[in-house]
Design a protein around this ligand. Structure first.
Ligand code: M6R
Length: 608
């Protein structure tokens, strides 16, 4: 995830910025850069790779000066490269900007600016901000920034300096975190508190639509429309480690809570006039999309579980037959692939060895490959024909959470896009589904409120060695993911079953007091699911049911119910999985295991 640091004061900025960026390294990044005003001009140094590469460059040619901004980049638009690294500047080098987030309308802005003679040197969305600053310059930095911001759509945290007004730094926040640190005759900005904790514990946490104007002597807060904002600074008590985790005890919990944002960001810029538009990421022509005869979803672990949801989604929306395969099986099983087969590989890291090998196998057989991945420039992203990036930001905990829900969003987008082109659903119906899709971030916030009930249930199962997850249809796909999560970090053995299959053998394992988590969110199969729940309840199981909001029936058949905000059946997995992630988390902490680094597992499995 990108990181921002900025400094204004009497000291040399370079080392303060480098040190601040080093405190953000844990978030993951692919390149870094600094811009420092040297008394006459703004000097810029940036490079792809680790911060140490930039440090070596600065040892040869440093950046003197006491006003500066720094950035670590996690690529979204454009591959990791020196040119795409931040800070970005305008043509004359009078303005420098660092940016976290995504500018959704950057293509329109870029075209407009190119027509006015601006020359772009990177593939990033951010560069339009630097060029707009020059284009809209009116002799006053704050007023120009306001004009620029009024043209931007999307999410952004910005740090801006200009050689026209070198006694100032301007910071803006819109849907991407930014804090202002208050020092003695020096002030700071940062995307995360750890970057400035060494210098100050007094901070203003900017809110959406706010900006801060920093000088060495003080900080003025205002809204981007100019309305003054007055707020007492907050005094941070956290130590560095807690600050890195955003105040949570573990990265996994932080990442569970980041899901509303990850969902919002993954949707960002991909819905136009109420319908999905993926023409930027999927290069297939309309004729080719109409000609697809089969889709193979191929992935490992959690990403494979997202592919299982993908089967339901794609078959339902686009009416294309789908097979979902485990990558380590697919690569060796001689699958039937033709040039009318679309292979969709899913990988958070984009580096999983089996997934990459399956991708190569598919290409060898002439398939077109679309990658759904969280890492721009990863091997999977480079080798696939088309790439849909999930904008979840780096996932640090081994147990995947926000990457999964973002993968689901990418799959829905692909399904809705194909359905539009293939004409398999009326446009009005597609618009209705898209409307529900865009409501998911808010509903994900609501599901997070179930935390305490889930924690309580987790305590009741923590001493058990076996448990079951049951579901039908999409609930079964989510049950598999809930079960994997629990096994992975709490080491409780669990199995997920398609509830209708229980009586064909597994029901024999149900005995007095065994915990069962029963997902009953799919309305079309609800009554059948309730019958299956009654089968386990009759044999003494202790059942936690998950049902859609407004359900008053399920409680009659289970011991406890968690209600999930209502959306259409197809989209329920995004919400239903969240209590299951929380359950795994609390079962793990209750049993005293390492949440973020479970035994025997690695975040990215780059060997077979
Ligand atoms: O990076 P990938 O998505 O390709 O990783 C695939 C699996 O290794 C991964 O999803 C794994 O199952 C997770 N740790 C589960 O939480």
């Amino acid at each position: 995830m990108c990181g921002i640091v900025g400094y204004i004061g009497p000291k040399q900025a370079q080392n303060i910025l480098l040190e601040g960026l080093s405190k953000l390294e844990y978030r993951g990044y692919d390149s870094a850069g600094l811009a420092v005003y040297n008394g006459e001009t703004i000097g810029v140094s940036k490079s792809k790779g680790r911060l140490s590469v930039l440090e070596d460059k600065l040892k040869v040619q440093g950046l003197p000066g006491s006003l500066g901004i720094g950035h670590t980049r996690w690529a979204t638009h454009g591959k990791p490269s020196d040119a795409n690294s931040h800070p970005h500047v305008d043509g004359a080098g009078r303005f420098a900007v660092v940016h976290n987030g995504i500018i959704e309308n950057y293509i329109e802005l870029k075209e407009e600016l190119i027509a006015k003679g601006h020359v772009f040197t990177s593939e990033t969305d951010t560069e339009v901000i630097a060029k707009l600053l020059a284009e809209l310059w009116d002799g006053d930095l704050v007023s120009t920034v306001k004009k620029v911001v009024s043209r931007l759509e999307g999410a952004y945290a910005l740090g801006i300096i200009s050689e026209y007004e070198p006694d100032k730094m301007v910071a803006v926040r819109q849907a991407s975190p930014l804090v202002v640190g208050l020092g003695k005759e020096e002030n700071f900005i940062a995307s995360d508190i750890p970057a400035i904790l060494k210098h100050t514990r007094d901070v203003h946490i900017l809110e959406d639509g706010e900006m801060a104007v920093l000088t060495a002597e003080g900080v003025t807060l205002m809204k981007t429309d100019g309305t003054p904002v007055s707020r007492e600074p907050m005094h941070v008590q956290w130590d560095v480690e807690t600050a890195e985790k955003g105040g949570y005890d573990h990265f996994m919990m932080k990442e569970i809570h980041e899901q509303p944002k990850a969902i919002r960001d993954t949707l960002s810029g991909r819905v136009k006039e109420g319908l999905v538009d993926l023409t930027r990421e999927v290069g297939l022509s309309e004729e080719e999309i109409r000609g697809i005869e089969k889709i193979h979803f191929v992935a490992c672990g959690t990403a494979y579980h997202a592919g299982l949801v993908g089967k339901y989604v794609m078959e339902d929306l686009a009416r294309i037959p789908v097979e979902t395969d485990i990558a380590s099986e697919y690569r060796y099983r001689n699958p039937i692939i033709t040039d009318k087969t679309l292979v969709v590989v899913i990988s958070q890291s984009g580096e999983t060895a089996d997934t990459l090998a399956a991708l190569r196998e598919a290409k060898k057989h002439g398939a077109r490959v679309v990658a759904i991945t969280n890492v721009v420039g990863s091997s999977v992203a480079r080798e696939a024909d088309d790439v849909i990036i999930t904008w979840a930001g780096p996932e640090i905990a081994v147990a995947s959470t926000k990457a999964y829900t973002s993968q689901l969003i990418a799959i829905y987008l692909l399904g809705l896009y194909f359905a539009k082109i293939r004409g398999t659903r009326p446009v009005e119906e597609l618009k209705e589904i898209v409307k529900h899709l865009t409501e998911l971030p808010g509903k994900a916030e609501e599901v997070l409120q179930t935390e305490q009930i889930v924690a309580e249930f987790a305590r009741s199962i923590a001493n058990h060695e076996h448990l079951f997850f049951l579901g039908r249809g999409l609930d079964y796909a989510v049950a598999l993911e809930g079960s994997l999560k629990l096994k992975e970090i709490s080491y409780i053995h669990s199995e997920a079953y398609a509830a209708g299959e229980l009586k064909h053998g597994t029901l024999a394992l149900i005995e007095e007091n065994i915990p069962v988590i029963a997902l009953a969110t799919q309305q079309y199969i609800y009554d059948k699911m309730v019958s299956n729940i009654q089968e386990v309840k009759a044999r003494g199981a202790n059942v936690l049911g998950l049902a859609a909001e407004g359900d008053t029936e399920l409680i009659k058949s289970v011991d406890r119910v968690i209600h999930i905000p209502k959306t259409i059946d197809l989209l329920m997995p995004v919400l239903t999985v969240i209590p299951l992630q929380l359950l795994a988390y609390y079962a793990c902490t209750e049993r005293g295991y390492d949440v973020d680094k479970p035994r025997n597992l690695a975040k990215s499995v780059t060997v077979e």
